[in-house]
Write a protein that binds this ligand. Structure first.
Ligand SMILES: [Mn+2]
Length: 362
């Protein structure tokens, strides 16, 4: 595996002489950045100076694990009563770092760090550096995402087998989650969605205690995690026999997904891939009912770069992993979404989730 801390340092150029990541509760991105760089997410701060060793500041609860598992940096214990910001600031001063990059930071931490390091060091918001690395997956990462994709596909098989009249949404969710877990999933990339009937018209319809009825649309959106890497997949099913209108709208969404998939390739513009799907849905008369972007990157986080939507400036590159997920949502009628996780390849890209291509479940 490549030394990602070294790769990050290379991208500093003349703009930075250090980088800091502060792990706070509810900052999944910072945790993922730390995991990506140091192979360990349980640190409280990671300081990467341009020259010399990187330091991972760790509380006692995670210190032994950090010593055993963290790579390319030196774990330093935050002793009881010590202030991690003070420790960090002392090291920044000691190394005479002048321009310290960061991605996300709570305003409280920013103010505290800025005050502690003083005027000699500038904090520079530089979010693209780590993302430029993270958005291109290496072979090792792809192996893990592929497995996450297979586990997610098995979860969808369980959905397919358990969507029946009289079943409750959460019972279907339980079967999906059990199947993925039993086969080796480390957890859920996000809360399992089994949204039936009217709530299927909400893109994030969740999962409740509604009983499935004949003729219901059911939108299932699930994701497994394998060794920290995720996948994301949605399918739409009908309980019993689909109506002509359900068949018709489903065919539009399917066509949008397939044609966008054909455009997902090295060098294509994300906004144009989005437009391919959006134009199909628009021409069919449902443009205003496709209420979200076409897709997003997937990796250590469920939603990451690059993004595929009408205003995206991203271009796709070999090694990106993105979702392709057009939808049509009709309030009072129901919703339709088809989503696969796709690996961007030089020519024909590869679906990492697949199958279950029909509305019928029985
Ligand atoms: Mn998604």
């Amino acid at each position: 595996m490549i030394n990602r801390i070294r790769a990050l340092k290379k991208s500093f150029n003349k703009e930075l002489d250090g980088y800091v990541i502060i792990n706070q509760p509810n900052t999944l991105t910072n945790q993922a950045h730390m995991l990506y760089l140091a192979d360990f997410s349980g640190g409280t701060a990671l300081l990467v100076p341009k020259e010399g060793e990187s330091t991972l500041y760790v509380y006692g609860v995670n210190y032994e694990a950090a010593k055993a598992e963290a790579r390319n940096c030196t774990p330093e214990l935050i002793k009881r009563g010590k202030d991690v910001v003070k420790m960090l600031a002392d090291q920044v001063k000691h190394l005479k770092l002048k321009k310290l990059g960061y991605d996300l930071m709570a305003i409280q931490s920013y103010e505290k760090i800025a005050k502690s390091i003083g005027n000699a060091t500038k904090l520079v918001a530089k979010s693209d550096l780590i993302w430029n690395l993270r958005r291109v997956k290496d072979e090792y990462e792809l192996k893990l995402i592929r497995t996450a994709g297979q586990l997610t596909t098995e979860g969808m098989r369980a959905a397919c087998n358990n969507i029946k009249t009289g079943y409750l949404e959460f019972e279907v969710a339980a079967e999906i989650e059990y199947e993925m877990r039993k086969r080796g999933s480390d957890g859920l990339a996000f809360e399992t969605q089994v949204a039936s009937g009217p709530r299927s018209a909400y893109p994030h319809g969740g999962c409740g205690e509604r009983k499935l009825k004949n003729g219901d649309l059911v939108v299932v959106d699930i994701g497994a995690i394998f060794k920290n890497y995720r996948a994301d997949m949605s399918r739409t099913f009908v309980v019993g026999k689909p109506s002509a209108k359900q068949q018709k709208i489903f065919a539009i969404v399917n066509k949008a997904e397939e044609e966008a998939f054909q455009k997902i390739t090295d060098g294509s513009k994300a906004s144009e891939v989005d437009a391919t799907a959006r134009n199909i849905i628009k021409r069919a008369g449902y443009g205003e009912h496709f209420v979200h972007g076409l897709g997003h990157g997937v990796g250590l986080e469920t939603h990451e770069q690059p993004v595929l939507n009408p205003t995206s400036k991203d271009s796709l590159r070999v090694g990106n992993v993105v979702t392709d997920e057009p939808g049509i949502y009709l309030i009072g009628f129901g919703g339709f979404r088809v989503e696969d996780t796709v690996l961007v390849c030089r020519n024909r890209s590869e679906r990492l989730t697949s199958g279950f291509d029909s509305l019928n479940v029985q």
